[in-house]
Each structure stands twice: as C-alpha cells, then as structure tokens.
Ligand binder design. Structure first.
Ligand SMILES: [Zn+2]
Length: 96
C-alpha cells in the first residue's frame, strides 16, 4: 500500500488531497540515509506550491502511505535505504 511518486507532481498532489490523514516520506531520488523526513499529508511544507522550484517530485521523491499503513513506510526505508533513522518533520510532527 506504499505509493511512490517520482516525476509525478499531479499524481502526488492528487494522493495527498485524497489521503489527508496519511503519511508522506520525503527523500532524495534515489533515497539516501541523510535525507529521510516523515510528514503528515496535511503538512503545508510538502503541499501547495513548492518553496523552491516548480515540482515536488523531481529532485525529491515522495513515498506515501495511508494512516493505517504508516508502518509500511518504515519497512520501505529498511528495504530501500537500510536500517537507518528517519526524521519527523518539526512542523507537522507526524506519529506513526
Ligand atoms: Zn511536515
């Protein structure tokens, strides 16, 4: 149930609109251990108009999961990056 968005701004924004209680993991494309930030789908820092550039999913990729599947994002990190810590966004303070 984890959905990954790469080069798909419209698809990503559609997902967060339809899953406001979900989680979004923001990471580099490809993902690196140095940049793994978990957000609530409602977080204004990852929706609307990007602060830098026009697109959400080019330099960064978004890995999304519905609220009940939040733990799958942790599994995704383990499978794709390794057993490394991720950061919780200090603005939206998500809790898996
Ligand atoms: Zn956030």
């Amino acid at each position: 149930m984890v959905t990954t968005f790469i080069n798909d701004n419209a698809g990503y924004l559609h997902w967060v609109e339809n899953n406001p209680d979900g989680f979004v993991l923001n990471c580099h494309n490809p993902p690196t251990a140095s940049c793994l930030v978990l957000h609530s789908a409602r977080c204004h820092t990852i929706t609307g108009t990007p602060a830098r550039g026009l697109y959400w999913t080019i330099n960064y990729m978004k890995v999304c999961a519905p609220k009940k599947r939040g733990i799958e994002l942790v599994n995704w990190i383990i499978e794709n990056v390794g057993n490394v810590p991720y950061d919780n966004c200090r603005i939206c303070n998500p809790v898996i």
